[in-house]
Design a protein around this ligand. Structure first.
Ligand code: 2BA
Length: 111
């Protein structure tokens, strides 16, 4: 069994949750925030049998499209920087996709 820890922007929450539930996955939804952009995102915890991991990844892929975006870098990143990557405080990031950790589960019990 695996535990999928899925982090995705808030706007993907509704459709991803609906599709995972429709695909028969049990999940827990946590409200979270990215450390870099400091935007609200959602973390899903999904316990899945090994043979269903690929199906879950397919659903995630279909519901979390990734885009490139130029943003103003957070103040703590530009502070003290003379030159280089963050000229004008702008930085390019990929947003909208999903970060997925696939973790081995030793045992799951429901009590
Ligand atoms: P954030 O930390 O807000 O990061 C949003 C996006 O900003 C990242 O997209 C990446 O493109 C960029 N970014 C993050 N840290 C950066 C840095 N130090 N310098 C330059 N650019 C940086 P993703 O990598 O797709 O991550 C999306 C969200 O997934 C993250 O939001 C965070 O909440 C989570 N995440 C990503 N990698 C993680 C990790 N290794 N551990 C825990 N959470 C992670």
């Amino acid at each position: 069994m695996k535990l999928l820890v899925i982090i995705t922007p808030k706007e993907n929450t509704k459709k991803l949750k609906a599709e995972l539930v429709a695909g028969n996955f049990s999940l827990t939804k946590l409200i979270s925030e990215g450390g870099f952009l400091e935007k609200k995102n959602t973390t899903f915890l999904v316990g899945v049998e090994d043979e269903k991991v690929d199906k879950a990844l397919e659903i995630i892929k279909n519901n979390c499209e990734q885009k490139e975006k130029v943003i103003s870098a957070p103040a703590y990143m530009t502070h003290g920087m003379e030159s280089g990557l963050n000229v004008g405080g702008a930085t390019q990031v990929k947003v909208g996709g999903a970060t997925v950790f696939i973790v081995n589960v030793e045992r799951m019990v429901k009590i």
